[in-house]
Ligand binder design. Structure first.
Ligand code: FAD
Length: 430
């Protein structure tokens, strides 16, 4: 940590923050992955802006009344002060470097801001193995590559952990005889990768990708080149592309039961979908909600038999088979869902408190459009048994790659295979 960052407690707040001229204040917590992801950015920005802006950190757990008086409800939270007044946008969660820099504009004169921006010099980093994605597949590759003493960097556009961090309980990952919370399982994998020596760049923007040249650019200023690239960017929920879905995402429409089910205690919820995720997540939501209506386009569920049996036996769950959503509207109660009966073509209205959408998955490949990667007909990366893609020195593993089953165990096994092959090729061929 450099000496441009100061750590304070509540009794120094007035002197260091309110009486400072231009200040950025970071409310952080311990055991907080997004706080750790922010710490690197905070430090590197303090080296450029630290003569003009005071960089201050305060531990939220030990300074709760101050945090509450400032309305800080999550960690990390960045607040910007100019002459004792709060200015700009309060930033929280996965904080992007660019968003911090944008707020600095309000703390400095126009000329000084432009002058300092010029000092944001491009950085060139090279490594042996660059892993794009820190879910189970990417973190496993990182563990193997780093343990083989490869210079390894793992990049993620969000916090590490991937989809598993939004999974309430995982009961089928070997080694845990009781179900383990998804976030804990991923915390262990992350710690193991870091412990093995893997370097990380989390919550960053990947601003350029050149797979053929084995190079990416992050946050618009750091170019990382590697001998081998392992793509482990996973998959995410497909939107339905139904009217109102985009507008009300996060305001009544959710894609994550672990994150949001707790807000529906005693409420009526509509779930769209009928596959494993829809059914398993509905079971979880039923711990909180009063009733769940599952709207599914087919006349039967696609989920596995055990999940189906549990759902059919759950008195809180009812089914609308052969129905599809047509629009979502916001109401005083929550959401109004218009569904079409696919047999009669009749439109029906469902008055509900909230909607969860689980309508299948898509590969996270937006950043690799036009990169020359060969995809299967469903849009997943084609790989051979060594996890090679069609691009020399580029591997793909886990959910992003073409396969029959997408599970944590499959992701970790592919992460293993790719890393071992990458290491062998670096040691023998390159
Ligand atoms: C609700 C739910 C419940 C599930 N339950 C289970 C279960 O009980 N058991 C089981 O085995 N499996 C379960 N799964 C499936 C399992 O989560 C996935 O198979 C597994 O997470 C795939 O791992 P991955 O590393 O390939 O991808 P992900 O877990 O999707 O991780 C990919 C990572 O890449 C990052 N990323 C995306 N794009 C980029 C980019 N361009 N550059 C850098 N990083 C990027 C993402 O932010 C993410 O962190 C469940 C999935 C869901 C959605």
């Amino acid at each position: 940590m450099n000496d441009r960052i100061i750590y304070i407690n509540t009794n120094e707040y007035e002197k260091e923050v309110l009486k400072g001229q231009s200040v950025v204040l970071d409310f952080y917590s311990t055991e907080c992955p997004p706080c750790e992801a922010l710490a690197d950015k905070f430090e590197s920005l303090s080296e450029i802006f630290g003569n003009d802006i005071k960089f201050v950190k305060i531990l939220r757990q030990e300074n709760r009344p101050l945090a509450e008086s400032l309305g800080v409800k999550s960690s990390p939270t960045l607040i910007f002060f100019k002459n004792g007044e709060i200015v700009g946008e309060r930033l929280t969660g996965d904080i992007r470097r660019d968003d911090i820099i944008k707020n600095f504009e309000l703390l400095l004169t126009e000329d000084r801001y432009k002058e300092l921006l010029k000092q944001v010099k491009p950085v060139q980093t090279s490594c042996d193995v660059l892993i794009l994605g820190a879910g189970p597949a990417g973190l496993t590759s990182a563990i193997y590559a780093a343990q083989a003493k490869m210079d390894t960097i793992v990049v993620d556009i969000a916090r590490p952990g991937g989809q598993v961090t939004t999974t309430h309980l995982v009961s089928n990952y070997p080694g845990f005889n009781k179900p383990i919370e998804g976030y804990m399982l991923m915390h262990y994998m992350e710690e193991q990768a870091k412990g093995a020596g893997a370097k990380t760049r989390f919550s960053v923007d990947v601003t350029k990708v050149d797979l053929a040249a084995h190079k990416i650019e992050i946050d618009g200023f750091e170019t990382i080149s590697a001998k081998k690239i392992i793509i482990a960017s996973g998959s995410s929920y497909k939107p339905l592309n139904v009217q109102g879905e985009k507008e009300y995402k996060g305001q009544g429409i959710s894609y994550c039961a672990t994150c949001d089910a707790k807000y529906y205690e005693g409420k009526d919820v509509t779930v769209i979908g009928g596959g494993n995720s829809a059914i398993e997540e509905s079971m979880f939501i039923s711990k909180f909600a009063n009733s769940i209506t599952i709207v599914h386009q087919f006349d039967h569920l696609q989920a596995n038999k055990t999940a189906q049996e549990h759902a059919f036996a759950n008195p809180k769950i009812r089914f609308m088979f052969e129905h599809e959503p047509r629009s979502f509207e916001k109401t005083a109660k929550g959401m109004l869902v218009t569904v079409e009966d696919l047999k009669t073509k009749e439109y029906k209205k469902l008055d509900t408190d909230g909607v969860f959408i689980f309508a299948g998955m898509r590969a996270n490949l937006d950043l690799f459009t036009n990169s020359g990667l060969e995809l299967d007909r469903w849009g997943y990366v084609e790989i051979d048994e060594s996890m090679h893609t069609n691009i020399h020195g580029v591997f793909a593993v886990g959910d992003v790659a073409s396969k029959q089953y997408r599970q944590i165990t499959v992701a970790v096994s592919e992460g293993t295979i790719a890393a071992i092959n990458a290491v062998k090729e670096i040691e023998t061929i390159d």
